[in-house]
Design a binder for this molecule. Structure first.
Ligand code: FE
Ligand code: CA
Length: 538
């Protein structure tokens, strides 16, 4: 980069969003430079570093034995100014990546067309060996609310093309379409729901956890459609190979390529029902911290997240995503800091809970995250949104807790959260949830005031993970006071249409996820009107 451009970029790094946009407007007809966090600046993050380069920059040359772009591309965590572009180089994704043991420079390009007839930003990012050759580039974009295309290039290879965009500016009340998804057990079904999602082309996908499953090759009986690639995963190489398997699916790659994602995790990214540093089975405690650290790092390597890489055994992922004047979304992490599940973590219990479950200081978010929620839930946004893992709606049967892994097992924590939202006078609470492999609509209430609805929870069924609820249990759920409706027999996702006046949730369900190319249709549509705590079927 020339000294002059270097100065401009350094200035813009500190400049207001408006002047940065002006820069891009000015530069639209000339050779454009992307002002990224350059390699010399103090805020360069490992695995996210990028150098600025003109579009005429040659494609970095390195001898590769095959296509390194087998895992596709992704983008995520858009702000009004920039978006994260992601890929991971892996010639042999199921066997450690198959890459040379050296850091590799990769050219990234952004264009207003998917033919790349114009390049509106470009630069070079370094794929580091220590992060499995993953790349996260924070790319400022020149235009608001228009879709751009992006790709990566190295040697003789060019990646698939993805589409992405910025979040709408703060004064925008343009409707936004958001898909929510979770639970994509590779072995339990095909990703047909993603095929439908790509057709619908939402503005944003919010993924709510269980991106991979950690289990071994063991079958699910008649419901196994394809196999895992190893025994249960516990080390960094095995986690990488497992993400390699999941991300080899073309429908998942297509869903990542269609728009930016906001991703959080639940338990299976590490191990079923783990809690903080407590593994599911106490006999696995030795070594669990190392296992969790490996899982967290590999999750970071594979997700298009605006997060610094892990430096020790923890990884802070709770964060805020805003969209126009409509959405203030807090992305929660209810796994890393939670107290261990109470009462031995038995599930589907209809006997009264043990004393432990009722202790007032029990927390599912941890103290720091509870404080962070209080600080960030205050906003003028029309909709206050929590991107959440396990079911928050109170479905206790008197003193009995059906599922100790859900918020019911942490009721004091839920009560504090709902009171925090009320105290902040945050408007129109919508909770987006996954985990339980069924679709549902719930009404949120506190223990002490069960008559006053505090918000609505939309639970998306799984993309592919098998449902564990039979028709009788489904009927039981629907009969519960706080459950508006539920559907437990299908896989799918929710397509939300958010406006200044209403929040509409279309429950898209796959006729049969055990066969490829099955029909996808709408089960039901639910609507919340801004200013009202009620939800109705439309
Ligand atoms: Fe799941
Ligand atoms: Ca889960």
């Amino acid at each position: 980069m020339s000294d002059g451009l270097d100065k401009i970029c350094k200035t813009l790094t500190m400049a207001s969003p408006i002047s940065r946009r002006m820069f891009f407007a000015l530069s639209a007809s000339v050779v454009v430079v992307a002002c990224s966090k350059d390699e010399k600046s103090a805020d360069t993050q490992p695995g996210t570093s990028t150098t600025s380069a003109p579009t005429t920059s040659p494609v970095p040359q390195v001898a590769l034995s095959g296509d390194p772009f087998t895992l596709g591309v992704a983008s995520g965590d858009p702000t009004t100014e920039s978006v994260i572009l992601w890929t991971r180089l892996a010639i042999d994704a199921l066997n450690g990546g198959g890459m040379p043991d050296e850091n590799i420079d990769v050219l990234w390009e952004v264009s207003s067309t998917d033919q790349f007839t114009d390049i509106i930003a470009s630069g070079v990012a370094t794929a580091e060996t220590r992060f499995g050759h993953a790349i996260h580039v924070d790319v400022p974009l020149p235009t608001q609310q228009s879709v751009v295309s992006y790709r990566f290039r190295v040697g003789d290879y060019t990646s698939p093309v993805g589409q992405t965009r910025l979040a709408a500016p703060a004064d925008s009340v343009e409707p936004v379409r958001i898909a929510t998804a979770s639970c994509q057990n590779y072995t339990a079904g095909y990703y047909t729901a993603y095929h439908d999602m790509v057709q619908e082309a939402p503005d944003l996908v919010v993924f709510l956890g269980d991106y991979i499953y950690e289990g071994g090759v063991g079958t699910l009986g008649d419901n196994t459609v394809r196999l895992h690639n190893s025994e249960e995963i516990t080390d960094i190489n095995a986690y990488r190979n497992r993400y390699g398997l999941y991300k080899s699916d073309p429908l998942l790659q297509a869903a990542h390529a269609v728009c930016p994602w906001v991703v959080t995790w639940d338990d299976h990214e590490v191990e079923n029902n783990y809690a903080n540093l407590n593994p599911q089975d106490a006999t696995d405690t030795a070594g669990f911290a190392e296992r969790r650290a490996a899982a967290y790092q590999v999750w970071w390597e594979h997700m298009p997240v605006r997060l610094a890489p892990p430096v020790d055994q923890d990884l802070t992922i709770y964060r805020q995503v805003k969209w126009g004047g409509l959405v203030n979304m807090l992305v929660l992490d209810s796994r890393q800091y939670r107290d261990d599940q109470a009462c031995g973590d038995t599930i589907l219990q209809v006997t009264p809970a043990c004393e432990e479950a009722l202790l007032p200081d029990r927390t599912i978010l941890g103290t720091q995250q509870e404080t962070w929620v209080a600080d960030n839930v205050v906003s003028d946004s029309t909709w206050t949104v929590l991107a959440n893992q396990t079911v928050m709606t109170d479905i206790r049967l008197g003193a009995a807790i059906l599922n100790y892994d859900q918020w019911d097992g942490y009721a004091p924590s839920r009560d504090r959260l709902l009171e925090t939202v009320a105290t902040a006078q945050a408007k129109n609470l919508i909770v987006l949830t996954g985990d339980i492999h069924l679709g549902g609509v719930g009404q949120l209430t506190t223990t002490s005031d069960p008559e006053t609805p505090r918000g609505i929870e939309f639970v998306a069924t799984s993309i592919s993970s098998s449902g564990s609820v039979n028709a009788a249990t489904e009927a039981l759920f629907v009969s519960l006071t706080n459950i508006i409706d539920a559907e437990a027999q299908h896989r799918g996702y929710i397509l939300h249409t958010v406006t200044a006046d209403s929040w509409t949730a279309d429950y898209r369900i796959v006729d049969n996820a055990l066969v490829e190319g099955s029909t996808v249709s709408t089960w039901k549509t639910f609507k919340v009107t801004a200013g009202s705590p009620e939800v109705i079927e439309v």
